[in-house]
Design a protein around this ligand. Structure first.
Ligand SMILES: [Zn+2]
Ligand SMILES: [Zn+2]
Length: 158
């Protein structure tokens, strides 16, 4: 029983950590030296893919390594961590590429939580330059009213 709780706890911890990691990466890496890739996500997409999609490949690697280590070595705790990272990737993908950017048909979000997050990410896309964007999180975001104020202060009408 105790093992199950630790296993589930590690999945949740990895999932939560990933939101912080995603925020940090989006804020300082994608809107930093990796803007060369991320720029494609702030421009109209030509075709089915954009250069920014390569980040998904990069982020899948640690999850694959963690699962492999958890299954094939004595580092069993790496398995729930790998599952947590994978689960975050799946939810991120459904939310960001599905609900927000509608790259495939998705049912409309009904809950206030998802609606608020969709709005927050739309505000992120209100600015299409490396600097001056707001709201870098995905599954967590500041209140919409606050983001509106930040955009206004930067002279962007949203
Ligand atoms: Zn961005
Ligand atoms: Zn986006």
């Amino acid at each position: 029983m105790f093992d199950v709780i630790i296993f589930a706890g590690l999945i949740l911890a990895a999932f939560a950590f990933m939101e912080g990691f995603a925020w940090f990466t989006h804020r300082y890496v994608m809107h930093g030296f990796m803007w060369v890739w991320h720029k494609s996500h702030h421009e109209p997409r030509e075709g089915a893919f954009e250069l920014n999609d390569l980040f998904a490949v990069v982020f899948a690697a640690p999850a694959i390594v963690a699962v492999w280590l958890g299954v094939n070595t004595s580092l069993t705790f790496m398995l729930p961590i790998g599952i947590g990272i994978t689960a975050y990737g799946a939810v991120y993908f459904l939310f960001h590429d599905g609900l927000v950017h509608r790259r495939w048909p998705m049912p409309k979000a009904r809950s206030a939580y998802w609606k608020r997050l969709i709005q927050a990410h739309r505000f992120h896309h209100a600015v299409n330059t490396r600097d001056g964007c707001v709201s870098y999180g995905f599954l967590m975001a500041p209140p919409v009213r606050k983001l509106k104020e930040q955009l206004k202060a930067r002279g962007v009408e949203a």
